[in-house]
Design a protein around this ligand. Sequence first.
Ligand SMILES: Nc1ncnc2c1ncn2[C@@H]1O[C@H](COP(=O)(O)OP(=O)(O)O)[C@@H](O)[C@H]1O
Ligand SMILES: [Mg+2]
Length: 227
Amino acid sequence: MNDVMLQCHNLVKVYREGPQDLTVLDQLSLEVRAGERVAIVGTSGSGKTTLLNLLGGLDSPSSGDVRIAGKSLLGLSETAKGTFRNRHIGFVYQFHHLLAEFTAIENVAMPLIIRGQTRAQAKVRAVELLGQVGMQARGEHKPGELSGGERQRVAIARALVTDPSLVLMDEPTGNLDQTTAANILRLMDGIAENSKSAFVIVTHDPALAAHQDRILHLDNGRLTQTP
Ligand SMILES: Nc1ncnc2c1ncn2[C@@H]1O[C@H](COP(=O)(O)OP(=O)(O)O)[C@@H](O)[C@H]1O
Ligand SMILES: [Mg+2]
């Protein structure tokens, strides 16, 4: 359990906008061990989504490196990064990013099909995961037919279906009412207890943050731990 799952060192992200540079992440370092659960909090615009996108290889740092399971994301081609993500990372986006033309089952099965499982195999596992998030009755529905909370639960099932060693979540309960958020919190607790996945969860939700092993504040481009 002491293996380092995620490591980034002196991570810098500068957005260049015309004559003005915006330094969002400034020599940020972070280490997350296998199975560890970390919450990241910070004001709006502090760079939380930017950081998660870098950790998940969806965007590249201006300098510094991200290593996941000992492997550097630097210098991987987009295709290699995609394969690596599919193998190791589950991502829950701030806005669910489900595929509108596919059903809930198909959305959740997709990462497994990309991995090379047959449609039938992938579907069985997708149905199982949808059951775990309390969505077994809605498997044949498309995202447009689901509520915000239901879509978010499908997105969480999709992120977890591959048993990823690292789960990155960007405000997973951000757009949900309190009751739905509380349900998702309980659900994530159950899943985290039964899996060895490391979690990095960006959240404004104090209850969700308090459920993690550590809470880190993103401020002025760096992370600090609450005492
Ligand atoms: N693609 C981009 N180009 C330029 N500026 C960006 C881009 N993405 C984010 N920013 C800016 O970077 C800062 C951090 O944004 P973000 O990571 O979305 O913050 P948070 O998720 O904490 O609200 C904001 O000031 C935002 O306007
Ligand atoms: Mg954000």
